[in-house]
Design a protein around this ligand. Structure first.
Ligand SMILES: Nc1ncnc2c1ncn2[C@@H]1O[C@H](COP(=O)(O)OP(=O)(O)OP(=O)(O)O)[C@@H](O)[C@H]1O
Ligand SMILES: [Mg+2]
Length: 471
């Protein structure tokens, strides 16, 4: 908050005054130039070109200008800068024009002869709303910087998605459903939506519908009152819906919601109210729902595995995230991004990706999408020799003939211990993450098969993966 305030104080607001009577423009300049940056114009033409070049914070605009009239100038300004406050200056006899101007979006009007005290109050009020908007933008920019890992992409397909998400994020309560293969970035986009929405200062609560045991999903979502069931906390507990009040509730893996939990969710969405488990008080919470799934939800609806009515509620806006194979233009950009990320994290000295490694990356079939690429680069940075990231480091060498070969991973060299030291915990985590994800990829997203490939039971696999993805 502090930084925002300082910014607002240090940057004086700029006012453009447009009037053909120099006594008016000069009078305003004299009265206000100590507090504001003032530029004056005798006609709309010169004012409009200055506004095009550098829009001010507020405009004082005479209605009865020679040439382009004040009303036409107002229409021009509002077309390009709909939120810029324009205060009309008018003579008494111009009542009809004032009404038209207000309808066209003028902020207010002042009547000649001008009373400077009244004018200042009107200006202050208009600028208060500008200041608030500026503060919100700044605060939002800071939140984005601090909370949001960058979503990287420059392919047409992903730019379209990002543009669309930027637009729909602005309405604070429209539910959005993100669909796409595993690892395409749905979770990252869900946080993008939150931090780009008017709810960005509120909480972002995530519920992984696949990870919560069936019998706990209701109390996790809706909370419970004390003594609701054996094992419940004596003080009761807020559910995730309540936790997400004023913010965003992210229902991850929503395709895994049991039919029973779907029914409860639907009731909440239809009525906007719910009870805690064992509670008697109706609760209301305003939150935006973002859901995601890598399952074919349309097919699930057809097979009655997912309720059609809930699907329509959650997917008011449905966004399909293209697979990485469909956005070739992003592969090298992402690979370079992850290279520099892990280079820094593991204190390694990679300078670039070798050109044959680039070719291999472009040729590879990314069934695990961006997550697979990220894991591959992470492991390569850890175990590769450098200074260029090679096909061998990436383990793509042998995959050209056998896409599921593990040999390259086995033959990789681990980082040597130097005076700078290596972080053994991070190395262990990276290796574990790689094998957990690689097994899932090979198993075509089937967790129990992935667990078998690693000689783990399903629960242990799930637990370790969930823990690692969080760290
Ligand atoms: N465009 C991107 N830019 C940077 N990082 C990305 C991008 N897309 C995905 N990632 C990273 O890849 C990993 C997988 O992304 P994420 O968890 O969002 O995928 P998902 O679509 O939710 O997958 P799943 O369906 O398996 O849950 C994360 O570490 C995420 O930060
Ligand atoms: Mg996810």
């Amino acid at each position: 908050m502090q930084i925002v305030y300082i910014f607002a104080v240090m940057t004086p607001f700029t006012l453009y005054v447009v009037d053909d009577e120099s006594s008016i423009t000069e009078g305003i300049r004299l009265a206000l130039e100590a507090d504001y940056g003032i530029r004056t114009f005798a006609d709309a033409e010169s004012a409009l070109s200055a506004i095009r070049a550098t829009p001010p914070d507020l405009i004082l605009l005479d209605i009865g200008l020679p040439g382009i009239s004040g009303l036409d100038a107002l229409a021009e300004i509002k077309k390009v800068h709909p939120t810029l406050p324009v205060i009309m200056i008018t003579a008494y006899e111009d009542v009809d024009s004032v009404v038209t101007a207000m309808k066209q979006g003028a902020y207010d009007y002042i009547v000649k002869p001008l009373h400077m005290d009244g004018l200042e109050v009107t200006i202050q009020n208009a600028l208060d709303s500008v200041r608030l908007r500026k503060e919100v933008h700044l605060l939002q920019a800071r939140y984005l910087e601090e909370n949001l890992p960058c979503f990287i992409g420059e392919s047409r397909a992903i730019l379209d998605v990002m543009e669309f998400i930027e637009t729909v994020a602005k309405s604070p309560d429209t539910p959005i459903l993100l669909v796409g293969e595993t690892g395409t970035g749905k979770e990252l986009l869900a946080s993008s939506i939150h931090y780009r929405s008017p709810n960005f200062k509120g909480p972002l609560a995530t519920v992984n519908c696949a990870a919560i045991p069936r019998d706990l999903i209701e109390s996790e979502l809706f909370g419970y009152e004390k003594g609701a069931f054996s094992g419940a906390r004596p003080s009761g507990k807020k559910g995730l819906i309540e936790e997400a009040g004023g913010g965003t509730l992210f229902l991850d893996e929503v395709g895994d919601l049991s039919l029973e939990a779907q029914a409860k969710m639907l009731r909440f969405l239809e009525e906007g109210e719910f009870y805690r488990v064992g509670g008697t008080k109706k609760l209301q919470v305003a939150t935006r729902l973002v859901s995601a799934t890598n399952k074919d939800i349309d097919q699930m609806v057809e097979r009655n595995e997912f309720r059609r009515d809930l699907y329509f509620r959650l997917g008011v806006i449905k966004v399909h995230i293209p697979s990485l194979n469909e956005r070739q233009d992003d592969i090298l950009l992402l690979a370079k991004h992850f290279l520099s990320l892990f280079n820094e994290k593991f204190n390694r000295n990679f300078t670039a990706i070798a050109s044959d490694a680039e070719k291999a990356l472009l040729k590879h079939k990314w069934t695990g999408n961006v997550r697979e690429l990220k894991n591959l680069v992470e492991r390569a940075v850890l175990t590769g020799r450098g200074p260029e990231l090679s096909t061998r480091d990436l383990g793509l060498f042998d995959r050209q003939s056998d896409p599921y070969s593990h040999t390259a991973a086995g033959s990789a060299t681990l980082p040597t211990i130097t005076e700078a030291g290596v972080d053994i915990t991070e190395i262990e985590k990276a290796m574990e993450r790689y094998y957990l994800e690689e097994a899932l990829r090979i198993a075509g997203g089937n967790e129990s098969k992935a667990a078998r490939l690693l000689n783990l039971n399903h629960h242990t696999y799930r637990y370790r993966r969930k823990k690692l993805l969080k760290s």
